[in-house]
Design a protein around this ligand. Structure first.
Ligand code: NDP
Length: 605
């Protein structure tokens, strides 16, 4: 971490007190229960606006080698890496009408990825594709997802507009029975779950939300039929409309400038302001990123991962605000390589944090002309309390006459909704359209929550097996009692801000496990002892972040203000080290998780 000027005792005390007061303004007694899922009467918020009604089809009743649950980048990469290993029948089952996951659902105006495209888009070396902008628009990313799926021949066997409803291990045939909401019931020798962490949209449980009679939708189901335009803007349908947007997270920051350009009047309902750092998007050439050399993308991606995992590198290839603020991610990324003595580290961290947050607040003053609005847009919490955002358009939008910022911190969010609009304090804001940029149930996969029931050997449910002492895995992927089930992007592995990189490493690992099992005629299943040993690795040196998040402003990082569980939930030494460990383990120890198939198992596919 770069050295920042130490704060005086008084400055530090004043800053801590301000952060405490701002947190208290926002903590709600109902915590995570303040949100609603998009089901029952709110089901229309989750309907697929892009695919329309799915075409009728006959239920599938066959057998495949691998069933992959989820067609986002995790599922696509698993499919691609399995193909590279020569696995023939790979069936991806996806709720959406096409591949893409997050990038299928999220098509809101202004959508971009704020991780550099050259490290975010996977398999650039393999596909030969070179992004033209430093930060890619959503549609380019979605098309790249489709490109990998096409090149890997994943369309032929895929089931779209289909949700898996159960996964049940059959001990006799040593296969999984997969059922879906379209009446399918088929067998798979292996199952890879790639159900994502941002797949369940959430709505605020505002009293009266069901009474609102204006037009309304969630940003992950954008209604271009109503707004007109495209993700590039041109929302002509909003020219004479009073539009409200709820939420100022990473999505709100991107969508507000586009709405501001085209809405008759835009009301931005903010509860907590984000940190809005410099974006500096620009065109790039293949030469800028060294794309004329084989392996350039893998090298760049690895360089980025090492920096944001807290490792020392000789050169910063990406050189953006993620990498320059990497030291401040220690509390945000659960697996980050912390340097040196704890007390010295924490003091330096707090000084660097204060310097960064002062810079972020100064940017608001420099950009927003109305001082009262500027004051409301300043974030008062430590940098890692909320996901950082980046924009050179968002703060500027508040200088327009047709944009009003409505601060809802003192009322813990919008108080009430009526037929006509929303109420904050004494004011009812009448709105023709209300858009929820209120995010997702982050980190809650269907497998962990039990929404997707998984039944393993001897009829044991995964949820029951993990109820008493929490999840038990080897490396986060496999579990005793659940043979040939490989979970991607799960707990007890290592994560990072460049999530597609994490998913790709996990996909490579899943494909290697399956290919080794096929070569040996074996079943993939770790022993209880292997799980115990891995849990011990995760618990040993697990950083204590609980106190930090307990003092943070509420959000999904701290269960809306309650702190977060401090169990052995992640490999503690960083994602780059985790990937190195997996590679070594595959070379030396993969046999540990392979056991002979039962002689009776039917191997015919
Ligand atoms: P978030 O959960 O980050 O933000 C939700 C917003 O809704 C917050 O500002 C929240 O306020 C606000 N909110 C919730 N309830 C109320 C209420 N009752 N009244 C007023 N405001 C309310 O969702 P996003 O969709 O913005 O982002 C989700 C995740 O998606 C990100 O964290 C990121 O991981 C990913 N993402 C990544 C992008 C990228 O470029 N890589 C781009 C967009 C999203 P409060 O903060 O007070 O809770």
């Amino acid at each position: 971490m770069e050295q920042s000027p130490a704060l005086s005792g008084e400055e530090l005390a004043a800053l801590r007190e301000r952060y405490r007061l701002e947190r208290e303004r926002r903590v709600r007694p109902d915590g995570v229960r303040q949100y609603l899922g998009a089901d029952a009467e709110f089901g229309y918020y989750a309907a697929d606006p892009y695919a329309g009604e799915p075409a009728e089809r006959e239920p599938v009743r066959d057998r495949v080698d691998v069933a992959v649950v989820g067609g986002g980048f995790g599922g696509i990469l698993a499919g691609a890496r399995l193909r590279q290993k020569g696995v023939r029948r790979v069936r991806v089952i996806e709720k959406g009408g096409d591949f893409g996951g997050t990038w299928y659902w999220n098509r809101y105006p202004g959508i971009h990825c704020d991780i550099e495209a050259h490290v975010y888009l996977p398999m650039l070396d393999e596909t030969g594709y070179v992004p033209e902008w430093k930060y890619a628009p959503g549609e380019e990313i979605r098309r790249h997802a489709v490109r990998i799926a096409e090149k890997s021949d994943l369309y032929a066997d895929a089931l779209f507009s289909t949700a898996v409803t159960s996964l049940t291990w059959d001990d006799t045939s040593e296969t999984w029975i997969v059922t879906t909401d379209r009446g399918d019931k088929f067998r798979a020798t292996y199952v890879v779950t790639a159900t994502g962490t941002l797949s369940e949209l959430k709505l605020p449980g505002i009293p009266g939300i069901e009474t609102y009679r204006g037009h309304t939708f969630h940003t992950s189901r954008w209604d271009y039929g109503y707004t007109g335009g495209t993700p590039d803007g041109g929302l002509t349908g909003l020219a004479d409309k009073r539009v409200g947007v709820v939420g100022t997270g990473a999505t709100g920051i991107q969508v507000v400038p586009k709405l501001a350009e085209d809405a008759g009047h835009l009301y931005v309902f903010q509860r907590t302001p984000s940190t809005v750092d410099v974006r500096a998007n620009r065109r790039t050439t293949a030469r800028d990123v060294g794309a004329d050399r084989p392996g350039w993308a893998t090298e760049r991606r690895d360089n980025f991962l090492r920096i944001v995992s807290g490792e020392q590198v000789d050169q910063d290839l990406v050189a953006d605000r993620w990498t320059s603020s990497a030291g401040l991610l220690e509390k945000l990324v659960p697996s980050f390589r912390r340097q040196g003595d704890r007390e010295v580290f924490e003091a330096a961290y707090e000084a660097a944090d204060a310097a960064k947050m002062n810079e972020i607040r100064a940017r608001v003053d420099e950009t927003v002309t109305d001082p009262e609005t500027a004051e409301k847009l300043k974030p008062w919490y430590r940098y890692a309390c909320k996901r950082p955002t980046f924009s050179d358009l968002y703060l500027q939008a508040f200088n327009r006459d047709n944009v009003t910022l409505v601060d809802t911190a003192d009322t813990h969010g919008i108080e009430r909704m009526t037929e006509r609009g929303v109420v904050v304090g004494d004011t009812e804001y009448e709105l023709d359209c209300l858009i929820f940029a209120t995010g997702f149930s982050v980190g809650v996969s269907g497998v962990h929550s039990g929404r997707l029931p998984v039944t393993g050997r001897g009829g044991v449910r995964l949820q029951d097996a993990w109820r008493a002492h929490g999840p038990r895995t080897l490396h986060g992927f496999t579990s005793n009692g659940f043979p040939n089930l490989i979970q991607l992007g799960g707990t007890q592995s290592a994560s990072s801000v460049n999530y597609t990189h994490v998913l790709d490493e996990h996909a490579v690992h899943a494909a290697a496990l399956i290919s080794a099992a096929e070569a040996r005629g074996a079943v993939v299943e770790p022993s209880r002892e292997a799980e115990d040993a891995w849990l011990a690795v995760c618990a040993q040196d697990a950083p204590d972040h609980e106190w930090f998040h307990a003092e943070c402003t509420p959000g999904y990082y701290n269960a809306e203000g309650r702190g977060r569980p401090n169990g052995p939930t992640a490999y503690p030494h960083g994602a780059a080290a985790f990937h190195d460990l997996l590679r070594r383990w595959r070379d030396e120890s993969v046999d540990e998780v392979l056991r002979a198939r039962a002689a009776t198992a039917d191997r015919k596919v």
